[in-house]
Design a protein around this ligand. Structure first.
Ligand SMILES: Cc1cc2nc3c(=O)[nH]c(=O)nc-3n(C[C@H](O)[C@H](O)[C@H](O)COP(=O)(O)O)c2cc1C
Length: 197
């Protein structure tokens, strides 16, 4: 497994998070999922509007087959062994008694919430795997998500299993991935000061 290099002063929970695909097929206890969702809700958001919404299914419950069917086949092939699936949704509008206005940062804030969920899950001995491979149009309909709410992504959560559980082809992808150097993605001042690829 390739090593991810991070400065040792980085909080270990952050440095150690990664996204496996091999899960052990056991259902996530509802109490554990509730804690992860509570962690998600502790994320900061503009005006503390908290645009995030979470629709979940625990492995084997009444919604499980429906949730799996909303993933692209590749993701369903391994996420079937996750302990829970969560669709992360954002409210695109800021609503008040005076009316509704577009919220520029609905995805930004909801992304922060998913990161909190992922870290809480890791602290509890679980792993998470974000998925953009979702049939978004179908999910919007099947989950009754209103038009002004955006399905951002799905997340698989569960107990990690060994790579051998996966079919060949996926086993070798069960590795901790590296990152672009900070100096490649940050610069003082204006955008033009960023290094070109
Ligand atoms: C929003 C989002 C969507 C992703 N979509 C998929 C996906 O559809 N299928 C998949 O196998 N991995 C997916 N990933 C996992 C990424 O490939 C993975 O996070 C990335 O390679 C970095 O690896 P790490 O999470 O192990 O650090 C997604 C991750 C995120 C955050």
């Amino acid at each position: 497994m390739t090593e991810r290099t991070a400065d040792p002063r980085i909080v270990p929970l952050i440095a150690d998070r990664w996204s496996p695909r091999s899960f052990d097929g056991t259902a996530l206890p509802a109490d554990d999922l509730a804690l992860m969702l509570e962690a998600a809700t502790l994320a900061p958001s503009a005006y503390n509007y908290q645009p995030w919404r979470f629709l979940y299914s625990i492995h084997g419950d009444a919604n499980w087959d429906l949730f799996l069917s909303l993933l692209v086949p590749f993701n369903a092939s391994w996420a079937k062994d996750a302990g829970a699936l969560v669709f992360v949704i954002s409210d695109t509008m800021m609503r008040s008694p005076k009316g509704a206005n577009p919220n520029h940062v609905h995805s930004f804030d909801t992304g922060a919430a998913w990161a909190m969920l992922a870290l809480q899950a890791l602290a509890m001995g679980y792993h998470t795997h974000g998925m953009a491979g979702v049939d978004y149009a179908k999910a919007q309909i099947e989950l009754d998500v209103p038009e002004d709410f955006r399905i951002e992504a799905a997340v698989a959560i569960g107990r990690k299993d060994s790579p051998e559980r996966l079919p060949e082809g996926l086993r070798e992808r069960e590795v901790i991935s590296a990152r672009n150097p900070v100096a490649h993605v940050s610069a003082a001042g204006k955008f033009g000061n960023l290094p070109t690829a």
